[in-house]
Design a protein. Structure first.
Length: 318
């Protein structure tokens, strides 16, 4: 294997103006420990650039969210022509790189049409086979060639349309604040029409400093979605970044990580109604700052993520 200082690693996407942008930037920062992180501009341009600089092929391309491109935009279903295009584009990456790593963020894309998640999952399972290694952010999901790598901290909350049931079940003697990107305007209007005095709605993307102030001032961050498409929740990692307890509807990942970080940082419930009932019985407590910080750093800190990335790269590049 080439020494890290002479290794070039491409990351897809390199820059993206979306909620995932922060994740992409953090990943590039962490990957830079193992080589020079560069943009992938397609097989021909990347190969020509390597030849001009005498650096040759890329050592590796780390690929994120390309499985979203399997969907037809209008139907939100997997389309054969999209499958052919994504598979061909990925196979062509072999011209530019010695190894490929796929980061599987979800079981299937959030945008998949209702009832088509199982088909999308089957296609993405096939897509995985084009790669030398597959990274997942849940150890519960690791199998075959998948390698566990913790989700890095500092990630914005992204929208999930699961607020109606939360509002309906939330205790009347406590205050619920829903803020940020919560879906389309029609969804925001439906929430506003519920008209509960103890529910404060603030739709729209907030400045990062304001979002952090709201979350750090809260008793806990509630996670009411546990859909089949989801492997991990970015909202959970946002809470951990700010050392704020999370109360969540359980998922395989949250059950696994909950046993590792303890109830002071994470409390679980089987559904939204049980989640709200648990809050009503007693508010979650905050663990001592030094204990919380040590636990979060151990599980999700940069050193832990770097070590997991090193193992994935070693596996792929061996």
């Amino acid at each position: 294997m080439r020494p890290a200082e002479s290794r070039r690693i491409a990351c897809i996407p390199f820059v993206e103006a979306s909620p995932e942008k922060a994740y992409t930037v953090r990943t590039r920062e962490l990957l830079s420990t193992f080589g020079r992180v560069v943009r992938y501009d397609g097989p021909v341009a990347t190969c020509m650039a390597g030849l001009r600089s005498r650096e040759g092929r890329l050592a590796c391309i780390v690929v994120n969210w390309t499985d979203n491109d399997l969907l037809e935009s209008k139907t939100r279903k997997v389309a054969l022509r999209k499958v052919v295009r994504v598979f061909a584009r990925t196979i062509a990456m072999r011209l530019a790189a010695r190894r490929l790593i796929f980061v599987r963020h979800n079981n299937y894309p959030h945008a998949v049409a209702s009832g088509h998640g199982a088909n999308a999952t089957r296609w993405i399972d096939r897509y995985e086979r084009l790669f030398d290694a597959v990274v997942t952010h849940s150890d519960d999901e690791s199998h075959r060639s998948r390698r566990y790598c913790p989700h890095p901290l500092h990630h914005r909350i992204v929208p999930f349309e699961k607020f109606e049931a939360l509002i309906d079940a939330f205790a009347a003697d406590q205050t619920l604040l829903i803020f940020g990107a919560i879906g389309d305007n029609a969804h925001a209007t439906r929430l506003e029409r519920k008209g509960r005095s103890n529910v404060l709605l603030k739709p729209g993307v907030l400045p990062e400093a304001e979002a952090q102030a709201i979350v750090t001032g809260a008793t806990a961050l509630l996670i009411s979605h546990a859909d089949d498409d989801m492997i991990v929740s970015s909202s959970f990692f946002y809470a951990m970044t700010l050392q704020v307890p999370a109360v969540a509807v359980e998922t395989p990942f949250l059950r696994w990580i909950g046993a590792r970080i303890g109830p002071d940082l994470l409390q679980l419930a089987p559904d939204v109604e049980a989640l709200c009932a648990a809050i009503g019985r007693g508010r979650p407590g905050r663990s001592a700052t030094d204990i919380a910080a040590a636990t979060i750093e151990r599980e999700f800190g940069d050193a832990t993520v770097r070590e997991a990335l090193r193992r994935a790269l070693d596996f792929a590049l061996a």
